[in-house]
Ligand binder design. Structure first.
Ligand code: BES
Ligand code: ZN
Length: 616
């Protein structure tokens, strides 16, 4: 018995599931989902099977044909803090097994919002975030990207709500009499109040790409294969439709660069502000934070990134999280190629520069844990959420950019297309990529130290900053800040969010409080509608202990649950620094205790880990 993935109980000697058929009954009053999960294997199998679960109550494992019970056990007990529990049973010449289970209200993949926590305040809302290893907290599955599954799903939900999934919508219909059985046991919802929404995903996906959202949803058409969905409020829908009006153009650019778009639809779902990421590449239905809607079309960068995953990540997937850079490094490279076409070289250079700064900061964060400065990592025993970083994104980007510089763009483009066509719908590891690289670009290993790039720590000497006039100008202005010079009005006249973000990222780590105040007096960054800018400024204000901004810090921490913002703000508050740290820690702890009910469980866990490290 050998695990195939440090984050899954799945055994290499067991067959992998090829299809999952799900029936889900949503009970909003108890924040739980009852699931009937039919797992199918490619062929009849006799022997043990090990399935991942986390905080699920499993009531029965059944032979779906005879409905006879199959004995099962859950282990270890108590559950492993990273992996959860394995569900163990044996099959005898069977290719299907039916598992009945119920989620816990604390399911790590699910955020349940009560009506007051939603935009319209009249209906509840629930949505998933399964990457990296949270699908197992919704239904039992072999929760490893080494498994690729097709699925179908029937979602039984209150009639006032509707559902979207990372799958094709089949129909919305009343529950059949059989499906109504058991429903009326519930005092609050009875069959008349329910509908069933059916979906099917006909392409094999890794379990982390399973996704749904249920709530009072509306949509706008923004392109021939794109709708933007959000909570049904016209101001939200209109702003979203405007922000994402260029999506079709980006899909076409992606197709030109990377080959056909294989997922038919590219819909977008704008989630409530607690969504813990900027975006999540759920196939056919990308999930987005509302903070990308800034009114200046800069949300396009996040969409470009999630779109790029349609090729790099969703078509070709890392076999397990040790090779996560194959997903995110390739996607960051592909995202910047799309941005370069639709927004120009300067914007692409700014993004590379912001990424470069981010990479340098991560080296500092992991200076005592160099394993996570590598591309190919060993994540055994480690929770992927707590070590989530820019390293796979930016060091991965730098590696691919280095290869591009070596071979020239035309040859690299050809290589990329061939790579995607060769491995599509497969899950691969770093060595498979390197073998393919060496086979297709002969002699590459003689000019680039591939081992240093993939297995070495830190930033290789042949990584580089972008070359661009606007980039250099912003960096030198940031350096002059140290000498007491603020940028002049005409120098920043055409700056948008990314320019300011780059400027703020490049300021020295410790700055004088008076300078922070002067910067804000001139440019009102603490009031920016753009969260990247506002948070960048507030981070600076915290490190200079400018406490007059803490009201804005508190407001921001209570308004959004995107980890990109929570992580640096909480870290800046609790990390050792100048005088008055205790006061900041007390402040951070209080704000968290008041805000955490509105955070997604993943974000809550990540902030708890930050506070636990620094607050004793
Ligand atoms: N797949 C990631 C988000 C993710 C990674 C969720 C790991 C869970 C575990 C997504 O594609 C992503 O990278 N989002 C970025 C967008 C940005 C790079 C434009 C984010 O959320 O910040
Ligand atoms: Zn990504």
């Amino acid at each position: 018995m050998a695990p195939i993935d440090p984050h899954s109980f799945t055994d290499s000697a067991h067959p992998l599931t090829t299809h999952v058929s799900l029936t889900l009954y949503f009970d909003f009053p108890s924040s739980t989902i009852s699931a009937a999960t039919l797992l199918s294997l490619a062929a009849p199998y006799s022997g043990p099977l090990t399935i991942d679960t986390r905080s699920l109550s499993v009531s029965a494992v059944l032979d779906p044909l005879s409905l006879s019970r199959i004995p099962f056990s859950l282990s270890p007990s108590p559950p492993d803090s990273v992996l959860g529990q394995s569900l163990n049973f044996s099959l005898s010449n069977q290719s299907q097994v039916l598992i009945l289970s119920e989620t816990a209200p604390s399911s790590s993949a699910l955020q349940w919002l009560s009506p007051p926590q939603t935009f319209n305040k009249s209906h509840p809302f629930v949505y998933t975030q399964c990457q990296s290893i949270h699908a197992r907290s919704i239904f039992p599955c072999q929760d490893t990207p080494a498994a690729r599954i097709k699925y179908s799903a029937k979602l039984n939900i209150p009639r006032q709500l509707s559902a979207v999934m990372s799958a094709k919508h089949v129909e919305r219909r009343p529950p059949s009499p059989a499906e109504a059985v058991g429903v009326c046991e519930d005092a609050i919802w009875c069959a008349d109040d329910r509908v069933v929404e059916e979906f099917v995903m006909e392409q094999p996906i890794p379990p982390y790409l399973f996704a749904f959202a249920v709530g009072e949803l509306g949509f706008r058409e923004v392109g021939p294969r794109t709708r933007v969905y959000s909570e049904a409020a016209s101001e939200l829908l209109d702003a979203s439709a405007k922000e994402f009006s260029h999506t079709e153009e980006m899909i076409r650019v992606g197709e030109r660069l990377f080959g056909p778009y294989d997922w038919e639809r590219f819909d977008l779902l704008v989630l409530p502000p607690s969504f813990p990421y900027g975006g999540m590449e759920n196939p056919r239905m990308v999930f987005l934070t509302p903070t990308v809607i800034k009114g200046d079309a800069s949300g396009a960068q996040v969409v470009a990134h999630e779109l790029a995953h349609s090729w790099t990540g969703n078509l070709i997937t890392n076999k397990n999280n040790n090779h996560f850079w194959l997903n995110e490094g390739f996607t960051t490279y592909a995202e910047r190629r799309i941005v370069e076409v639709v927004q120009g070289d300067d914007k692409a250079a700014l993004n590379i520069g912001i990424g470069w700064r981010g990479l340098i900061e991560e080296m500092e964060r992991f200076k005592d844990n160099l394993e996570f400065t590598k591309l190919k990592t060993n994540q055994a025993g480690v929770d992927p959420d707590t070590i989530y970083s820019q390293v796979p994104y930016e060091k991965g980007f730098q590696f691919l950019w280095r290869i591009e510089r070596q071979v020239g763009r035309p040859a690299f483009d050809e290589f990329l297309k061939k790579y995607i066509a060769t491995f599509k719908f497969q899950s691969i590891d770093t060595d498979m990529f390197l073998d393919f690289l060496k086979a297709n670009i002969s002699g590459i290993e003689d000019v680039i130290d591939l081992k240093m790039w993939t297995e070495g720590t830190g930033i290789p000497p042949d990584a580089m900053e972008p070359v661009s006039e606007i980039y250099s100008k912003i960096v030198s202005l940031a350096n002059e800040f140290q000498l007491g010079r603020l940028p002049m009005e005409d120098e920043v006249a055409d700056w948008q969010g990314q320019e300011w973000e780059l400027y703020l990222d490049n300021l020295p780590k410790s700055v004088e409080a008076s300078q922070v105040r002067a910067l804000d007096a001139s440019y009102r960054l603490s009031e920016s509608r753009n969260h990247d800018v506002r948070v960048g400024f507030l981070k600076l204000a915290i490190s200079a202990r400018c406490r007059e901004y803490y009201g804005k810090v508190e407001k921001t921490l209570k308004e959004v649950g995107r980890m990109l913002y929570l992580r640096p703000l909480y870290t800046a508050l609790v990390q050792c620094g100048g005088k008055g740290d205790e006061e900041d820690k007390v402040f951070a702890t209080r704000v968290f205790s008041e805000a955490c009910d509105s955070y997604h469980p993943i974000a809550k866990g990540v902030v708890e880990a930050i506070l636990a490290k620094f607050v004793v």
